[in-house]
Design a binder for this molecule. Structure first.
Ligand code: LLP
Length: 395
């Protein structure tokens, strides 16, 4: 990737996604799961850029959606409705009606939603259970255990069965998602055990979805998750479960981060280098937490390279953005080849929950997205303009 050339062609700041990396991650995941009836889904919330999602869908993935907008995106990408799963949380009746009409599978996360879906005459659904064991890189992204809003309590399997008995609605899927960004699979394996025990009590299953959550090593001292070991363990336990259940079910996983995080880079241009009397150096750039909120929101660590001047003498600096808040910091006390004005910084591992969580705070437009495919660079999303931003208001 020639960062300067991309910036010259498409402007700054810029998200860049490398589809070869996306395909490599997707294929590694498929290879790790040896259970033959494996149906992966892409949690499109991580990166809805159509060219990126298309590369994943082309590898046989369905889509995990969490909103009508994500369902619409999946349908427009040509994904078959039966390969779209709508994992709801606090959906409205109108949203439910739309999803039922679209023929997508709703994964309900509460007993009242299960009742409402049954009352609407739906014939099939999946139920998300809280397996009580959670995990994740930060408490904000741990989605199981007592403090989370997600899923039906594992103690309420009887109530699910009772609703199923009273209605035409069959629970064909059993779902969990324990959290995001784990790098060892112990908690995941424990939660799978809980979910298989729940599933054993549901008579009409076609699939079990063990969720997403596979982390990536953001920091240099982190080891990647042992995907082969995780896949082998999961496949073995799933086979044992199916034997106990008496039927071979489909196994689903719905990763968001893993396929796309390492494929994405945020390119930003240095606009100021300020050295204070105490020696602290602020490297300011033309992006900020409006474009990549993970460092602020989760204390996340992202690699940063000086793409223009990799050989410059290394200094310890703070890399900061152009948003009017003190917390607008990409990295504190980071060793970086000292940039000069106009240098391009490459913020790595930004392909998941980067642009997807970007905002227009300070009335700064969203950046453009560019997709690299086999050496060619294509525009994936046009840069937003200030005019487009202002036109959203009623004047
Ligand atoms: N399935 C469900 C129901 C989810 O809620 C999520 C993520 C996933 C799958 C995909 O999880 P993944 O494989 O990406 O870990 N913004 C945060 C991550 C939030 C994840 C929310 N749910 C971040 O930047 O780290």
């Amino acid at each position: 990737m020639n960062a300067a050339a991309l910036i010259a062609q498409f402007g700054s700041p810029l998200y860049v996604y490398d589809l070869d990396t996306v395909r490599a991650r997707v294929r590694a995941l498929k290879a790790a799961i040896t259970w033959p009836r494996f149906q992966p889904l892409f949690a499109i919330k991580a990166n809805p850029c159509p060219a990126v999602a298309r590369a994943i869908i082309a590898e046989g993935f369905g889509i995990d959606a969490v909103s009508p907008g994500e369902v619409a995106m999946a349908l427009r990408l040509g994904v078959r409705p039966d390969l779209i799963q709508y994992t709801e949380n606090n959906m409205t009746d109108a949203e439910q009606a739309e999803a039922v009409a679209q023929g997508v599978m709703i994964t309900v996360g509460s007993l009242d939603r299960l009742e409402r879906l049954a009352a609407a005459g739906a014939r099939e659904c999946s139920v998300r259970f809280n397996p009580d064991v959670g995990d994740g890189a930060h408490e904000k992204i741990c989605t199981a255990g007592p403090l989370t809003k997600f899923g039906v309590a594992s103690a309420y399997v009887d109530r699910v069965l009772e609703i199923e008995r009273r209605n035409q609605l069959k629970v064909v899927g059993c779902h969990m998602h324990i959290g995001s960004g784990f790098l060892d699979h112990n908690a995941f394996a424990q939660a799978c055990e809980v979910i298989f025990n729940i599933a054993a009590r549901l008579p009409n299953l076609r699939f079990i979805d063990c969720g997403g959550g596979i982390g990536i090593p953001y920091k240099p001292d982190q080891q990647p998750l042992d995907l082969t070991a995780m896949g082998a363990h999961l496949s073995r336990e799933f086979a044992a479960f199916c034997q106990r259940y008496g039927r071979d079910l489909e196994l689903r996983l719905e990763p968001g981060r893993f396929p796309v995080a390492e494929a994405g880079t945020l390119l930003t241009t240095v606009t100021s280098v300020k050295e204070n009397p105490d020696g602290r150096v602020f490297v300011g750039c033309d992006s900020g937490f409006n474009h990549l909120i993970r460092p602020c929101m989760y204390g996340a660590w992202h690699r940063i390279a000086n793409a223009t001047r990799p050989q410059a003498p290394v200094r310890t600096v703070d890399v900061v953005g152009n948003i009017c808040e003190s917390g607008d910091i990409f990295a504190r006390d980071r060793a970086l080849p000292l940039p000069v004005l106009g240098d391009v910084l490459a913020i790595g591992d930004a392909g998941a929950y980067g642009m997807a969580m970007a905002s227009t705070y300070n009335l700064r437009p969203l950046p453009a997205e560019v997709v690299l495919d086999g050496g060619a660079a294509h525009l994936g999303r046009r840069r937003q303009t200030v005019e487009e931003l202002l036109n959203a208001w009623v004047w």
